[in-house]
Design a protein around this ligand. Sequence first.
Ligand code: ZN
Length: 103
Amino acid sequence: MAQFKHLKYFSHLGRTPKGKLTDFDRLSEPGHLTPLSGIYRCEGCAWEIVIDAGLKGRKLPSRHPGHDKSDGPIRWRLIVTDLPIDPVEEKELRRTYQRNKKK
Ligand SMILES: [Zn+2]
């Protein structure tokens, strides 16, 4: 399970309009070329991996240690990323960061 200590470095995406999927709601098949760096979780067995998608994207792996046939198919869910967020929200986050830095 992904862990962190300092909440101030994280932004919770919050609710999205009903029916609208975010990148966190989608399940991706192995081999899917993801443009998003971050932590992905196998929905079958809860194994987590770190993906550095770089500028070209990265394929999600088709296997990983510890995944048993009885876990079902490997499908990846994005659970943490540094994806670009809403520009207004990002501006506010940067302001908060600058304020906290001075303390
Ligand atoms: Zn797995």
